[in-house]
Design a protein around this ligand. Sequence first.
Ligand SMILES: Cc1cc2nc3c(=O)[nH]c(=O)nc-3n(C[C@H](O)[C@H](O)[C@H](O)COP(=O)(O)O)c2cc1C
Length: 268
Amino acid sequence: MELIKVDKDLCTRCELCIKVCPSSVLAINKDGPYAINPDSCIACGQCTAICPNKSIDNMKSPLSKQIPIKNFPVITSQTAERFLRSRRSIRCYKETPVPKETLLKLINIARFAPTTSNTQGLSYIIVYDKKILEKATKIIVQWMENQLENPYHYSFPRHVKNYMENGNDTILRNAPHLILAIAPNDFKNGRENTISSLSYVELFATTLGLGSCWAGLFEMCVFADYAPLLNLFNIPEGKIITGALMVGYPKYKYKRLVDRNPISIYTI
Ligand SMILES: Cc1cc2nc3c(=O)[nH]c(=O)nc-3n(C[C@H](O)[C@H](O)[C@H](O)COP(=O)(O)O)c2cc1C
């Protein structure tokens, strides 16, 4: 099947599809655009999404799956800024579990994040059972304890102490759920794509009344290939964990937006 289909009657030969294509896939002749490099198409859908007349279709990113932008609500930059700044890392969760459908809706947004050359390529494991997370914390504490003389991260002694002396989980924060991003073990862009995709998840979570936090300590133990931890999760053959996010209902509401370091910009 041909990659590109053009309705000659609708095409005005404006060449917008050619201009926005990131991979120089298209050229034009008297009949309109056609694919000169079909194998280079990364299925980003830019060519079809930019066309004012719906005259071009792309088999790898069909027009039929695109949604007209004019129906979308427009948010002001002030609202957008408030929204972006109101996302916080949540470290105190309610015990109430999140319905599975809500978690599925949440994770679905990850598909729309930018990824290297539109490679996407991630899958997700939802760790729904809190008992598995409790085991995970215990294992991570053991892993940290084994290296107290020379810890990989300065905070390890504190986490071990919190757990051993007070039973406090400062690693997975008693979160009810954990989302694991996984990718094929030979996938070069796994981590970058994960950071981008889980950042979308973090932002979207707030609109569903959910809170989230990167599970960086968990990730350190995963990236150290600590088998007792990895064995807890049924990771499909040939895949590795590329990122982890705690999720649940936040216990408390923040009353203020915080400030950060002033932006540092060099103009050349
Ligand atoms: C890759 C990454 C790993 C992180 N790991 C942890 C973690 O293990 N535990 C934790 O409590 N917060 C973790 N955080 C959250 C940061 O501490 C937090 O983003 C930062 O303090 C800013 O606060 P805010 O997210 O509420 O704005 C992590 C953040 C990132 C981006």
